[in-house]
Design a protein around this ligand. Sequence first.
Ligand code: FAD
Ligand code: EPU
Length: 279
Amino acid sequence: MSKPDVTVRPLAELTTLRVGGPAEIWTMESDDQFPEATSAPYRVLGNGSNLLVSDTGVDERVLKLGRSYDDGRQFGGQADVWLGAATPLPGLVRRAKEAGLSGLEGTLGVPAVLGGAIAMNAGTRFGEIGDVLEEVELFTGGEVVRLPASDLQLAYRTSHLPEGAVILRARLRLQPSTPERVAAAMAQVDAARRGQPKAATAGCAFKNPPEDSAGRLIDQAGLKGLRVGDAMISHEHGNFVVNMGHATERDVRELLDRVRTTVGVPLEMEWRAWGNATQ
Ligand code: FAD
Ligand code: EPU
């Protein structure tokens, strides 16, 4: 049995918002490393694109699936395919288009790896990863098990994984189409995303309230450009917080508190929060 590589790094380096203190990062390269790695409290990190991490970091081990769980290069257009959970979603979307396979278009622009996309059921109103998910292979309860996608109860930006489960692989089923049709569907999604910022961010901070858009509510409340330290509400989209340089978790939390108070409509955070909130 090989040993996972273990290093201590600030999670700011491993998250797209670029916020977060240190953690022990365990880079996992084979299934047989999981029993030892999960013998103490742990968390699972995908691409870190939906996380708000405490400035003091996290006490738990952070398990990150390494290169052997990235099957991006092996994916050459199979309609029914098992892929490792560290496979980056953007590459899959591109390759599926080239192969004329439909089903992933709605996830265009989501900077996730497959495991993180499934855990969050990432997508847009044009489609979600759950639309093409058939089965998952998990490390859970000390063993590797396969579950049908229906067992995860994927819904809007949420899943119900067994407590502590790590997604190792997933089976996707795509629909035969043509590169032209898939490209046309992607163009629609791309157009809908054009108003989003290209900056250090973790995507939308809040889930949309039923039948409404949190971004629109925040915009209407006049909060674009509101800034606490280096954390700012994007001028482009009201639901995106951008890190203008050296934002801290504390800055971000204060900014979100001000937004909630001003908007007046209950807003549930979409991001997953890790570690003790800095006071
Ligand atoms: P992480 O952020 O690392 O983790 C998210 C959660 O998944 C954590 O709870 C983590 O523990 C869990 N997790 C990760 N990997 C595993 C695994 N292998 N096993 C078990 N649990 C795991 N989201 C959308 O839905 N739609 C969008 O349009 C969208 N646009 C975005 C645009 C930008 C610019 C950014 C930065 C983010 C956007 N997001 C969007 C948010 C984010 O990309 C998604 O939530 C995505 O699914 C997170 O995936 P990740 O791999 O980064 O996971
Ligand atoms: N709007 C504004 N001002 C803003 C933002 C939006 O007036 O600052 C208006 C728009 O003009 C539009 C409506 O609100 O009429 C909806 O906006 P948009 O199409 O941008 O969609 P959204 O509901 O704000 C959702 C997802 C995004 C996803 C886009 C794709 C949530 C919380 N957000 O945003 O997902 O990329 O649709 O169109 O579900 C994410 O989850 O991280 C994320 C980025």
